[in-house]
Design a protein around this ligand. Structure first.
Ligand code: NAP
Length: 252
């Protein structure tokens, strides 16, 4: 196989937010295996360094940067550091996200504000900061991790569903704004993926969920990472404003 097949991202630089663990870490590893240098924006310094080491062990340059995506100044400084240390930005993966679940009438303002701040405003701040550089380069790939919950809703997750539906609207607006400048902007809507976020599910809820998923199993972080690799690759050059569902058939 040629290098273009095995390492299609050679020479490219990717930023992955929330990249220290979970789905973000897997995306970073898959991109590094595909030849990319990777910068991680996350809030846990030890895990950041641990994941950055794993990326370097694959022979790539990697930076683990302490960036809280809700803070515009930290995001701008983080992007400047990536340009300084890695020289360019080809790919942004907006993956940092949290849940703070509760039924609507018991959901307090802080639960709403925090989830919207990280999941939606963080995606906006990172996209805006990176788009400036991609516009100059007239090339770029932006992929944001939404959720099927943003498409079909979920009881107890009004805040999370709103944030993920917001990401889908943001993705389509930005895709239309940037399409003529060689920049694509897409979203991935995962179903239920095996990470610390879903480990907290009670056993009964897990069993009900497995019965509802046509493929009968939770997804792996690798399933999402491979979808992200497709969307940033040349194979997806004519795809923008799309929401790629990775859910074993759950939201059909
Ligand atoms: P995860 O294991 O909790 O990882 C999320 C990462 O984001 C953590 O490293 C976390 O740091 C980091 N983070 C949190 N707040 C941040 C902030 N303000 N700035 C920068 N980084 C921050 O979650 P995951 O399951 O991999 O999920 C990744 C994305 O996929 C999320 O957007 C999630 O909504 C989405 N998703 C997940 C599933 C699923 O089934 N797991 C399904 C659909 C969509 P800490 O370690 O400090 O918390």
């Amino acid at each position: 196989m040629s290098d273009a097949t095995t390492t299609p991202l050679t020479g490219q630089v990717a930023i992955v937010t929330g990249g220290a663990r979970g789905i973000g870490r897997e995306i970073a590893l898959v991109f590094a295996q595909a030849g990319a240098d990777v910068a991680l924006f996350d809030v846990n310094p030890e895990l950041l360094e641990q994941t950055a080491q794993e990326l370097r062990a694959l022979g790539r340059r990697a930076e683990g940067l302490s960036v809280d995506v809700t803070d515009g100044k930290q995001v701008e400084d983080g992007v400047a550091k990536v340009l300084d240390k890695l020289g360019r930005i080809d790919i942004l993966i907006n993956n940092a996200g949290i849940t703070k679940d509760g039924l609507l009438i018991r959901m307090d303002d802080a639960q709403w504000d925090r989830v919207l701040a990280i999941n939606l405003k963080g995606t906006f701040l990172c996209t805006r900061a990176v788009a400036k550089h991609m516009l100059k380069a007239r090339r770029g790939r932006i992929v944001s991790i939404a959720s099927i919950v943003g498409l079909i809703g979920n009881p107890g997750q009004a805040n999370y569903a709103a944030s993920k539906a917001g990401i889908i609207g943001l993705t389509k607006a930005v895709a239309k704004e940037l399409a003529r400048r060689g920049i694509t902007c897409n979203a991935i809507a995962p179903g239920f993926i095996k990470t610390e976020m879903t480990e907290a599910l009670p056993e009964q809820a897990r069993q009900r969920l497995l019965e509802a998923i046509p493929m009968g199993t939770l997804g792996e972080p690798l399933d999402v990472a491979r979808a992200a690799l497709f969307l940033v690759s040349d194979a997806a050059r004519y795809i923008t404003g799309h929401v790629l569902v990775v859910d074993g058939g759950l939201a059909m």
